[in-house]
Design a protein around this ligand. Structure first.
Ligand SMILES: [Cu+2]
Length: 590
């Protein structure tokens, strides 16, 4: 852990040498084989006292850690997490974000979709293959447990003998999040009250679970009057420092698990080369600052080629919403200096929150690398689904809706109810494929009323599906918001972004040559985003806005395909709702 005063590299040098010799012996014995590994973790999820930003609060931790432990495996390995719920008063599940769960759709960790929640005291076994190298993370997917702090990093290295299309000497992993002092239960009750009480902006941005509320990070050097700002390096909220050697190349893996905030990261005096997004290689491009939305991950390469007699600020700020949250700061420490030496150049300034031209320019630079690991998009689609994103009212409650349906999850997980044909488990009417042609996306809804629903978009197995995500004005005049959409079980090609309402003519501008292959893509205010994917993964999959309060207020849909091809679903995944009742009466599920 990189903290102010502890140098991880010198902690146990002797032990390191012994370990290196041992490791090289093992590696030479494995050099000729391509053995896949098995990683077993026994985890307990519980609430615990923690001070993520210097203010004591409760967080949802794993095995006494916040954020949860990092999972590190190689492509092709099996990960087995035996998860026990120690929360006492609520259920839990964990979603492995970016892992496609081929052949194990019940391990996707989505409550009411792929499994029943794990009850207090119960244990559930997540077993899945990590089939592709990349930067991923995991997080709670029940209620708003991501906001409660249930997340951690999941890094998949290349299989033995494979090579990255770029070189680096060292690596850092940054998991970004946002933090509220108000408890997640308090936040949730506000969102589902009448009238709604919005959660407002986060108090603090966290880097690897560490932030400094009410401190300018620089302040602790100048003796701030606030006790939490006098950081020695051992506090739970001491910044995660990046200690680097001069003239090296570092890979910085960055993932955003924020509940709400769209972020921008910059490193003073240094440019970054962006090389990976959501587990897929990109055509490398250089940038001064990186936009990252909730649910996305990137790798950037950093050359430590600047004046090594100085340290530099790394800043993280909010985009897309009026900023009420201070920038998070940490330090890029050239090891030639003390980590506590204050940078002489000021922290990079986050681009203006509403400079969407800057955000769009960044998104449009993202192109897939021509690489054997990334498939090319099919030239045409079988089915196009247009999804209009609106904010609505329902009996005085505020909702988010897709084609005027606000998602309300059923009691029986879709995976079980579709597999076993339990028609009473969810709406059997097909959700709408489109929205009225005369809908004015630039204005507030004429009729703001909406309905809840939980129907499923049943997709033809192996069919190519296009999704047009259409943004619109919210309930407030002259307002439209950013929504990062995340697809479970698949990657999609991002064929393009556009302004205002999507028209047939926009199709001409689709990028079919080198579109990025990702699992999360943003829709900009008043804009549209076009995606294409192949429905080749049997299962029931969520497709939703990754802003947690938005999903909680209904901003998502369910896709399902090939469910009849799914082998035996573990009973423990389906021991609730109508599938659970079948177990109780002893009747077979199928
Ligand atoms: Cu949203």
């Amino acid at each position: 852990m990189g903290t102010l005063s502890v140098d991880p590299f010198s902690r146990s040098f002797k032990g390191l040498i012994v370990w290196c010799i041992w490791l090289s012996l093992i590696q030479s014995s494995l050099a000729t084989s391509h053995k896949t590994g098995h990683h077993f973790y026994k985890w307990e999820v519980e609430y615990m006292y923690w001070s993520p930003d210097g203010v004591e609060n409760i967080v949802m931790g794993i095995d006494g850690k916040f954020p949860g432990p990092t999972i590190r495996a190689r492509a092709g390995d099996t990960v087995h997490v035996q998860l026990t719920n120690k929360l006492s008063t609520e259920g839990v599940v964990i979603h492995w974000h970016g892992i496609r769960q081929k052949g194990t759709p019940w391990a996707d960790g989505t409550a009411a979709i792929s499994q029943c929640v794990i009850n207090p005291g119960d244990t559930f076994d997540y077993r899945f293959t990590v089939d592709r190298a990349g930067t991923y993370f995991y997080h709670g997917h029940y209620g708003m447990q991501r906001s409660a702090g249930l997340y951690g990093a999941l890094i998949v290295d290349l299989a033995e003998g494979e090579k990255e299309p770029f070189h680096y000497d060292g690596e850092f992993d940054l998991l970004l999040s946002d933090w509220w002092h108000k408890s997640v239960h308090h936040q949730e009750v506000g969102l589902s009250s009448q009238p709604m009480r919005w959660i407002d902006e986060p108090q603090t941005l966290l880097i690897n679970g560490r932030g400094q509320y009410g401190c300018s990070l620089a302040a602790h050097y100048s003796k701030s009057p606030l006790s939490q700002c006098n950081i020695t390096g051992h506090e739970q909220w001491a910044p995660y420092i990046l200690h680097v050697d001069p003239n090296k190349t570092y890979r910085i893996r960055i993932a955003s698990s924020t509940s709400l905030a769209s972020l921008n990261l910059a490193i003073g005096n240094h440019k970054m080369m962006v090389v990976e997004a959501d587990g897929n290689y990109l055509q490398p491009f250089e940038t001064n600052d990186l936009d990252i939305y909730s649910g996305e991950s990137y790798s950037v390469l950093l050359k430590t080629s600047q004046d090594s007699s100085q340290n530099y600020w790394i800043s993280l700020g909010v985009r897309g919403r009026k900023p009420k949250t201070p920038q998070a700061l940490t330090i890029l420490n050239y090891k030639t200096n003390s980590a506590s030496k204050l940078p002489i150049s000021p922290p990079p300034v986050t681009p203006r929150w509403d400079d969407y031209a800057h955000s769009k320019a960044f998104s449009n630079k993202i192109k897939a690398l021509d690489h054997k690991s990334i498939p090319k998009p099919p030239p045409t689609y079988h089915r196009r689904i247009a999804l209009l994103n609106t904010q609505n009212m329902m009996n005085g409650y505020t909702k988010w809706s897709i084609n005027n349906v606000s998602l309300s999850l059923p009691a029986t997980p879709y995976l079980g109810s579709i597999r076993f044909g339990l028609k009473n488990a969810f709406d059997q009417t097909k959700p709408p494929e489109d929205f009225p042609g005369d809908y004015d996306v630039m204005k507030r809804p004429v009729n703001s009323n909406t309905n809840t629903g939980n129907g499923v978009y049943m997709l033809g197995y192996h069919s190519t599906v296009d999704v047009i995500l259409q943004n619109a004005n919210t309930l407030a005049e002259n307002n439209s918001e950013i929504h990062p959409w995340h697809l479970h079980g698949h990657d999609f090609w991002v064929l393009g972004y556009g302004e205002k309402k999507f028209t047939k003519a926009d199709e001409e501008k689709f990028n079919l040559k080198d579109p990025p292959y990702r699992n999360t893509a943003v829709i900009f205010p008043y804009g549209w985003t076009a995606l294409r994917f192949v429905a080749d993964n049997p299962g029931a999959w969520a497709f939703h806005c990754h802003i947690e309060p938005h999903l909680h207020m209904g901003m998502g849909v369910i896709f399902a395909e090939g469910v009849e091809h799914i082998a035996k679903i573990p009973k423990e995944a389906l021991s609730c709702g109508l599938t659970g009742k079948r177990f109780m009466t002893g009747s077979h599920l199928g």
